[in-house]
Ligand binder design. Sequence first.
Ligand code: NDP
Length: 288
Amino acid sequence: MQTRIIDGNAIARELRAGLIRRVAALAAMGVRPGLAVLQVGNHPASKIYVRNKMKACGEVGLYSEHIELPADADEWTLLERIRTLNRDSRIHGILVQLPLPTGLSAERVLDALAPAKDVDGFHPINMGLLAAGSPRFVPCTPLGVMKLIEHEEIGVQGRHAVVVGRSNIVGKPMALLLLQKGATVTICNSRTPDLGAMTSQADILVVAAGRPRLVTAGMVKPGAVVIDVGINRLADGKLAGDVDFQSMLGTASRITPVPGGVGPMTIAMLLENTVMSAERASASGGSS
Ligand code: NDP
């Protein structure tokens, strides 16, 4: 079987072109979508992620602010910054770069975000709306995966989707989205006794475990669609996904590479959620 490699970079580029048109339409009404990214401390990976997000904002014409606080910042200071951004009419999306340094409660910090500006979709109200089937903001990575699936015209209804990972950021919302599209969904976690027995039942397999090359070709059904969310830095400095990409060629019908699969879609969805938030604010007369 010929395995088709899903080009996340190309699909993200297409989606960004659509966003540029929406940003221009907002500009004609005097609105410029704005994103604030709050970073606490100097986590090296976070620095790269934040830099990529700010660059992407510039490329589609968004206003962006990068707010850096020292690793020893106290929670009160961080919460005050969030409250100020909640009131700032130039800002339509607020993102708190995770993980936070130890001692800061991610739960309290995310709770402080105005749900209408929570473009990451991690606020409990937004997670609840997603679970109820009427989402306001969908977390960017699972939303990006759904856009890839849609773009590739992969049918979801009636298929068996297996999600490896149950984090609030990827696994859980991913499973909810697939469920809402009519898939039968199995969610695996680190305690799943025989992972291969589960993954080999999947028509659509989404892997978000943070374990390099955890899933190999012997663990998937021939013809399955394999979406690799994992981003792992190996000892030699190279990036690897959670799926053993090479071994899948000839077994999977389609697969996302790492890098160049889900990663670029995540950033595109952050931009999309920020533009959508600005459109909503503008439709409601400026208050978001
Ligand atoms: P977490 O560490 O929060 O969650 C990992 C999940 O995988 C947990 O639910 C864990 O189970 C499960 N898991 C770990 N090992 C196994 C195993 N051997 N078998 C089955 N399940 C397992 O990670 P995230 O969800 O935040 O991220 C997952 C991966 O996706 C990471 O590599 C991350 O870098 C990447 N990522 C990529 C993004 C992108 O844009 N492409 C964006 C966000 C994340 P348990 O709950 O039992 O511990």
